[in-house]
Design a protein around this ligand. Sequence first.
Ligand code: ADP
Ligand code: ZN
Length: 712
Amino acid sequence: MSEPALRILKDVFGYDAFRGNQARIIERVASGGDALVLMPTGGGKSLCYQVPALLRPGVAVVVSPLIALMDDQVATLLELGVSATALNSTMTGEQQRSVAAQLERGEIKLLYLAPERLVQPRMLDFLKRLPIALFAIDEAHCVSQWGHDFRPEYMQLGQLAEHFPGVPRLALTATADSRTREEMASRLHLEEAERFLSSFDRPNIFYRIVPKEAPRKQLLAFLAERRGDAGIVYCMSRKKVEEVAEQLSNQGFPALPYHAGLPNDVRAANQKRFLNEEGLIMVATIAFGMGIDKPNVRFVAHLDLPKSLEAYYQETGRAGRDGLPADAWMAYGLQDVLLLRQMMQNSEGDERHKRIERHKLEAMLALCEETRCRRQVLLAYFDEHLPQPCGHCDNCIDTVETWDATEPARQALSAIYRSGQRYGVGHLVDILLGRETEKIVSLGHQRLAVFGLGKARGEDEWRTLFRQLVARGLAEVDVDGYGGLRLTESCRPLLRGEVRIELRRDPKPQRGRGASSGSSASAASQLVRADEREQWEVLRTLRRKLAEEHSVPPYVIFPDATLLEMLRSQPRSLDEMSRVSGVGARKLERYGQAFLDALNDGGAAPAPVADVRHEVLTLVRAGMTPEQAARQLNCSEKNVYALLAEAIAQQQIALEQALDLPEELLAEIQDAFLEDEGELPPVAQIAPRFEGRVTSGALYCVRAALQAELAD
Ligand code: ADP
Ligand code: ZN
């Protein structure tokens, strides 16, 4: 790698080494060649044009689709001491003229522009008079008509090749599929560009997909373990977005709604808050998409199924851009499948297009019902082969059980067939369970051979089975009629007894009264350990203060990864501080001393109660009993139970996770609390009954869980 590029990396950006293909891409562009860069989100695309921009004479023109995105990049560069600016429609004529004058004087190294502005004849003429270092086309997949981010203005960017023949151009995207790739190359006239294709794996993301039972509760349980983290919750409809945002706010999770139906200013304000504040949750439809460059999104949760693996990959990919641990969590159920199928059927477009869409949905469903490593399957869809299971997804760390569902599957299919292939799951389950409902009797379905044949299984089991049959394409929804189920061709071999079918067994619903229907815990470790939390908060507070002073988002001052490295390496001098990754010359000069001081003052104070509670939770989540945690932390058991009860009441931890009570005993305690109508009795009132069988601390916890549940 060239010496000057490395020096820029270190001095300006504060990093020691290039990652992945960065060095090769930079070399190529710096020496005047074109490049097509395919790199996953968080891979470090920006440096691929920012470093050559600093190596070459003239101004680098960066095309970016969204103003928010540009502003963010410009702020980041300015903080690094690099002269950058964006020209956009929100600027006054005067401001624009001043930028033009600066450009003419050669004072700007990077100019960010929206595509429609760049291709205006006046702009092109103006730029032709300037020395241009390079053109970078960010989010270049926007040129593809098939993608969901299509922007017609991108089509015109092909002209740059003619207008600026000697200027290197690079197109960058995180979109993986090969069709989009080819479209980019041809429409942008980058046929000759060297291609740099990175692995699309996002190793820091933990994937989990759970069956939908009580989705809102499941979401709360998931969030409870991530208090203080920023994240995105995706829902399909606007109405649901608003409901969920409100519900989360009521539960003490700071959440904002975002969808295309909100007034522009509200949307912009919410987006801005999401970027600038820490620990906010954005509840959104997919309208909240590109433009979220926030690097420290710690989780993406889906309450509804995306339409394709491309969409799933892209949406979950918004988590963990900074490379630190992040979670992708989704709850999925039969209703999702039915709804999406219906939407597809009713959508405009020719048969071919619909067929492609259906095909994509099938792949998405297959991932949900998958029993093998999710990451292997996801990457395989993008033609990438991961030789070993990843060890970092639900299927890798949980034992996934499968069962031979041949017999019940045939019964279910038979119920569909014999009732005339026109009824929904609810009715079919009633038939299998032998319920003489009004509808059954009026249709005479109690006389069907399959009536009551499935009594050995519960309603939930049957629903799960139907979901999997539909997901696997053995049955389908009659979207033209009343949305009933009917058989497909592919179920014949099964009905004829030629093949058997293995299905995934859903993890058992949580026992008790479904306290917090979880299965949400993930392996994503918390960013900081309990003993680091206090100093972490000190650093974050300082960062927030500086960010406010400079009117930039906190991560523009320092990304989380840099803060974390400071925390772990504990620099004691400015020289040591300069070795922390992400501390370049300018930032060292501006902020080095302030962070050194913060590190050196903020460590001695005694741990406040909140920290002890955090430690208790960490230990208990890691599998310790309350007794063990008390011993470890050198405090009383009573104290530990009290803290746990508090955390349970606030839904920060599920009862099942906090205590390991035998199921019957738990039910007995719950019954005791629920004996009387109205208020729950105090612990003292029922404690005598459980003397010697369970500590009163545990009773407090059970009561707290009931209270949280009743409050829902
Ligand atoms: P992308 O645009 O591909 O999503 P970014 O360019 O925003 O990714 O980079 C993601 C994060 O990784 C940023 O915080 C960036 O500063 C950091 N980063 C990029 N390259 C390096 C590197 N060589 N060393 C350390 N950090 C890097
Ligand atoms: Zn895996």
